[in-house]
Design a protein around this ligand. Structure first.
Ligand SMILES: Nc1nc2c(ncn2[C@@H]2O[C@H](COP(=O)(O)OP(=O)(O)OP(=O)(O)O)[C@@H](O)[C@H]2O)c(=O)[nH]1
Ligand SMILES: [Mg+2]
Length: 259
C-alpha cells in the first residue's frame, strides 16, 4: 500500500514532451521508446513501482538556478538575489506512463567560495542542468568548466545533459537570437539539450522539467531493462535508483577552499 498522496494532476506525463530546439536535442523521437511503453503498460497490472533520479543544477552565481527551480516546484519568483549557500534540495514527484517517478533536484551554489561544498553533492547524478544567463555571454563560456567539474564526479557515458539559458525575458529578440546561435553550438559540443527559459514569466520552465523528467525516466527504465535481461517485467519498476548512492554521505573535500 502506498503511503504517499497521489501525484498532482499537473505532474502526470502521458506523452513524450518535445525538445525546445530540434537542432540541440538529446533525441528527436516523437514518443517514448517502445520497450519503455510496453514495460510500463505491463507494470500497471503488476507490482507497485517507484523510481527516482538525481538531477544537479550548476552554473555561475546569480544566473538564476534557484529561481528556475522555485518557479517549477513552488510557482514563485523572488526578484531579490539570495545566494545559495552550499546546496538546496527539492523533491518533485511525477507520474510517467502510469509509473510513479521522482526527481531529486539539487540546487548548487555558483559562488566560488561555496563551490567545493556544492561539488561534494555532484556524485550519482543522472542528469546535469548547466545554467547560464542569456544576457551574459561570460556565463555561457563558463558552462564548459561547470560541466567538466560536474562530470568528474560522474560517469559521462550515462548522464543526460541540459544546457539552459535563463532570464529570456530580459533580452530583446535580436540579442536573444545572437546568443542562441552560440548556445546551440555549445550544446552540440557538450552533447546537451538546449533550452531557453524565464523564471520571471515562467516561459518554458514546466516544459523543460517535463522533458528532464521524461528523458531521465526513459533512460532509467531502459537501463533497468538492459540489466534485468530475462527478469520478469514487474521487476523493472521495483524500488530502485540507478546511482545507488543518492543518499551517500558527501565525499570529504580534497581542495583547500571552503575552509
Ligand atoms: N528578469 C529575470 N530575473 C531573474 C530570472 N531568474 C533569476 N533572476 C534574478 O537573478 C538573480 C539571481 O537569481 P538566483 O536564482 O538566486 O541565482 P542563482 O543562480 O541561484 O545564484 P547562486 O545561488 O549564487 O548560485 C535574482 O535577483 C533573480 O530575481 C529570470 O528569469 N528573469
Ligand atoms: Mg541559488
Amino acid at each position: 500500500m502506498s503511503v504517499l498522496p497521489p501525484v498532482r494532476r499537473d505532474r502526470v506525463i502521458a506523452q513524450l514532451p518535445q525538445p525546445f530546439s530540434k537542432d540541440a536535442a538529446l533525441h528527436t523521437k516523437d514518443g517514448f521508446h517502445s520497450k519503455v511503453k510496453t514495460a510500463c503498460q505491463e507494470h500497471r497490472t503488476g507490482t507497485v513501482g517507484f523510481k527516482i533520479s538525481k538531477v544537479i543544477v550548476v552554473g555561475d552565481l546569480a544566473v538564476g538556478k534557484t529561481c528556475l527551480i522555485n518557479r517549477f516546484c513552488k510557482d514563485t519568483f523572488d526578484k531579490n538575489y539570495k545566494a545559495t549557500i552550499g546546496v538546496d534540495f527539492e523533491m518533485e514527484r511525477f507520474e510517467v506512463l502510469g509509473v510513479p517517478f521522482s526527481l531529486q533536484l539539487w540546487d548548487t551554489a555558483g559562488q566560488e567560495r561555496f563551490k567545493c561544498i556544492a561539488s561534494t553533492y555532484y556524485r550519482g547524478a543522472q542528469a546535469i542542468i548547466v545554467v547560464f544567463d542569456v544576457t551574459d555571454v561570460a556565463s555561457l563560456d563558463h558552462t564548459r568548466q561547470w560541466l567538466e567539474d560536474a562530470l568528474k564526479e560522474n560517469d559521462p557515458t550515462h548522464i543526460l545533459l541540459f544546457l539552459v539559458g535563463t532570464k529570456k525575458d530580459l533580452s530583446s529578440p535580436a540579442q536573444y537570437s545572437q546568443i542562441e546561435e552560440d548556445a546551440i553550438k555549445m550544446a552540440e559540443e557538450m552533447k546537451a539539450e538546449y533550452w531557453a527559459v524565464s523564471a520571471l514569466s515562467g516561459e518554458n520552465v514546466r516544459e523543460l522539467f517535463f522533458r528532464v523528467a521524461s528523458l531521465t525516466f526513459e533512460a532509467n527504465v531502459l537501463a533497468e531493462l538492459e540489466k534485468s535481461g530475462s527478469r520478469r517485467v514487474g521487476d523493472i519498476v521495483r524500488i530502485s535508483s540507478n546511482s545507488g548512492n543518492l543518499y551517500a554521505t558527501p565525499k570529504k573535500s580534497k581542495s583547500s577552499c571552503c575552509k
